[in-house]
Ligand binder design. Sequence first.
Ligand code: SAM
Length: 294
Amino acid sequence: MASLGIPQNTIAVLQKHNFHIQKKYGQNFLIDTHVLEKIISSSGVTKEDFVLEIGPGIGTMTQYLCEAAREVVAVEIDRKLIPVLAETLADYKNVTVLNEDILKVDIARLAAEHNNGRPVKVVANLPYYITTPIIMGLFERHAPVDSITVMVQKEVADRMQVGPGTKDYGALSLAVQYYATPALIANVPPNCFLPRPKVGSAVIRLTRHERAPVQVADEALMFALIRASFRQRRKTLVNGLCNAPELHLTKEIVLESLAELGVAPAVRGETLTLTQFAEFSNIIGRKQRSQTPE
Ligand code: SAM
């Protein structure tokens, strides 16, 4: 039975190991069993599943995952937590702890070694200082992942879900929605963690699309256009794109492409939908190719 997830037991483990919380690693440990149960049930993990946990900390959620899943690999960067995890997870035979940086882990290899190459489920209370690189890394590197159920800052969960015309809409919204369907599971207040974070949190589940919702000839070009469009929010799309040296776009190409897309030349990036960004990148790509000498 999972023993962690209540304040007294977490404090006892930290004291026993004389463990000092590392702010630089975004360590906020969960101390609420209801929240833990909600994460596990909403993740849809069953005894058939292989789960990748990012940042197990002292092993609180890991205990719950070991009970729900067939097998768990937990990747923890802080080497001082490894002896703690060896003790808190001693009763579980279906878990492997890797002392590594998740941004450097080859997830395709983990899936091959532990799950016959099938997509894995990711479940985590993420370290907030690298939420976006972790999520984007899982998607952009085309890691074999079928769902990601994670605790993130409330504000980041909002950004993942919104559409055009809202202040939170941006590159993260478009990327998440291109790869997955986001669903908000629960809002979580600071008192569910030790130490308490300064911001509110939320659990969000991202279910990977089987097929992308839009057809894009060149994903890298679309995301480069999206990033450049939101870099200078106050500028029109034309100015934002022409000021992005990495794109090498002339004003003529951008204006012609916007006309072909059927939107006004003074449009701002934050009003375009994912479908429009996809079509826009297809038009720009075609024009660039037709101008490149054979
Ligand atoms: N899962 C635990 C819980 O819910 O109580 C701890 C969550 S805590 C918010 C984030 C964890 O991620 C910490 O244990 C931290 O050391 C770890 N971490 C931070 N950066 C990491 C990285 N780059 N790779 C792997 N783990 C990391």
